[in-house]
Design a protein around this ligand. Structure first.
Ligand code: ADE
Length: 241
């Protein structure tokens, strides 16, 4: 799968792309992540501006339509094996549809994602009118730009791609995956006791049915306490009953 990131700060991604799972997925050619500096599409003047004041007044600056549209068109044309229709264009913005696991699963089925990272007060509206991207938000808070949000999306999508996780099972059990709308149960590793805090006996007994029942109860209890919104109308669907 290919990701094209359009940003004014490509170096923000340096550490993220060169560590851990992402680094391995790139080395193994399971993913290709290309960064494109929007400033390269700015007018050839000394300051290479890509932003300007909003018409009608108001605080901050907006990213201009012309460099953005030209950049997206050029980036689209850089990789011809994927036809334009197979690229999903995504603008990261707090005005967007809320990102969640089903959206990550859907994105993971596409060949190519283009992620447009806003800065300042965002993009001129005509970027959306002309390019018709999907507008996506990673939560109800305002970030300084779309870069961290783009990393969130790449991170959630890449781990769903076949072969990326060592153990193919490990994302099937994740909270929120494939219709799982329960939070994960608590997990423990050695030592069996630390400062008087003991691992629950049931996990040490080797009784797999009892362990599964305990875990299901814990998941349900946690979800009820922390995220009862996830249970919706199904509060009587306690899997441990
Ligand atoms: N850019 C700024 N805030 C954002 C958010 N919450 N989600 C996505 N992009 C953003």
């Amino acid at each position: 799968m290919r990701f094209d990131i359009v940003t004014l700060f490509p170096a923000i991604f340096d550490g993220y792309l060169s560590q851990g799972l992402l680094e391995k997925a790139i080395q193994r050619e399971l993913v290709d992540v290309q960064r494109h500096n929007l400033r390269d599409w700015a007018p050839d003047t000394p300051h290479r501006p890509v932003d300007d004041k909003p018409f009608g007044g108001g605080p901050g600056m907006l990213i201009q339509v012309e460099p953005t549209v030209r950049c997206v068109e050029d980036v689209q044309a850089m990789e011809t094996s994927s036809p334009p229709g197979s690229t999903r264009r995504i603008v990261l913005t707090p005005q967007g549809k809320r990102f969640d696991q089903p959206m990550a699963e859907e994105f993971a089925t596409s060949q190519r994602l283009m992620l447009l990272c806003g800065r300042y007060e965002g993009f001129d509206q005509r970027v959306m009118d002309i390019l018709q991207p999907e507008e996506v938000s990673v939560g109800d808070f305002v970030l300084n730009g779309g870069e961290v949000a783009a990393m969130v999306i790449i991170d959630a999508v890449v781990r769903l791609l076949p072969g990326v996780l060592g153990d193919e099972q490990s994302n099937i059990d994740d909270s929120f995956s494939r219709g799982n709308r329960l939070l994960e149960f608590p997990q423990y590793t050695r030592p069996r006791e630390f400062r008087g805090h003991k691992v629950p006996d049931v996990l040490l007994g080797g009784n797999h049915a009892a362990i599964a029942k305990w875990r299901a109860e814990q998941s349900h209890q946690r979800t009820l306490q922390r995220r009862s919104d996830l249970l919706g109308d199904q509060t009587d669907n306690n899997p441990s009953k």
